[in-house]
Design a protein around this ligand. Structure first.
Ligand SMILES: [Zn+2]
Length: 277
């Protein structure tokens, strides 16, 4: 069966000397993998038609058995050229694409995640360097919600009195530990969360700014969070553990992405090649 869909390229891997294996996210078929035979040959019809983070018009033969479909036609509709000029945005995009590829499945409608990912990929190059992490956290929070893994942030009037600044969140139950209801849950893996971090998380869960990618970057959410680097760090730590626990993704990919974003390499100009006389 031939399928026509739009799709965003999440990963491209070499497959034999001249071919590629491309992982895509599509609105109607979830994550799909297509083989592109002869992709690297000089006369390939696919040259320049797809690259990482491109959104393309895709025609492929759907195979039910081994899960790898054969591409028939592909033409780009959004190149996201600005992502190729800023390595920080590209590193953030690579993390979002990797996470998305790990948590989405084949043949499952994924329109909401698809739209969210595309908006984020458009927003990343427009985002000032110091806000890139906020955007990543916003994506993670929204993704969890779309996957049905929204943390339950309800407080208990007995266990979480307003003067308590630090709260214990139980990872297995996905909610704050409530010893008065569950005295047996002492062995649960819990992490501490500052009360103000809970507020940020609630904000991020409730509001995804509408409109264009540019609107998202200038949204009050982003501005508000810029002022609280230590709370953002708390939120990042919480989400990292929550995601590793519930989505079973390796924590190293996220850690490396965040380390890269923190890097501040001194600007060095590459020495110009001089032709010897
Ligand atoms: Zn309680």
């Amino acid at each position: 069966m031939i399928i026509h869909t739009e799709a965003t390229a999440l990963q491209i891997r070499p497959w034999s000397k001249t071919s590629h294996m491309v992982t895509w996210l599509t609105p109607d078929y979830g994550r799909i993998v297509t083989s592109v035979k002869g992709a690297c040959r000089p006369k390939s019809a696919f040259l320049g038609q797809y690259d990482l983070f491109y959104t393309c018009d895709l025609l492929f033969y759907r195979r039910e058995r081994d899960g790898i479909h054969s591409i028939r036609e592909c033409s780009p509709s959004a190149l996201r050229e600005p992502l190729r000029r800023c390595w920080r945005s590209a590193a953030a995009a690579a993390y979002l694409a990797d996470l998305t590829a790990r948590v989405t499945v084949s043949h499952q409608e994924s329109a909401a995640v698809y739209t969210l990912l595309n908006r984020m990929l458009d927003a990343l190059p427009l985002t000032p360097r110091q806000d890139l992490k906020v955007l990543i956290l916003l994506y993670e929070v929204q993704l969890l919600s779309m996957l049905g893994l929204k943390p339950n942030l309800t407080l208990c009037p007995y266990c979480h009195k307003p003067d308590r600044q630090w709260l214990r969140f139980s990872l297995p139950s996905g909610r704050f530990a409530c010893p008065h209801l569950n005295p047996d849950s002492n062995g649960d893996t819990t992490i501490s969360m500052q009360r103000d971090v809970r507020e940020i998380l609630l904000d991020m869960l409730e509001t995804l700014p509408d409109g264009s990618a540019a609107d998202m970057v200038t949204s009050p959410e982003i501005k508000k969070n810029r002022a609280n680097p230590h709370l953002l760090l708390g939120l990042s730590r919480f989400l990292g553990m929550f995601i590793t626990f519930h989505l079973e993704v390796p924590s190293a990919v996220r850690r490396v992405a965040f380390e890269l974003l923190d890097k501040n390499p001194a600007r060095k100009t590459a020495p110009l090649e001089t032709s010897s006389p």
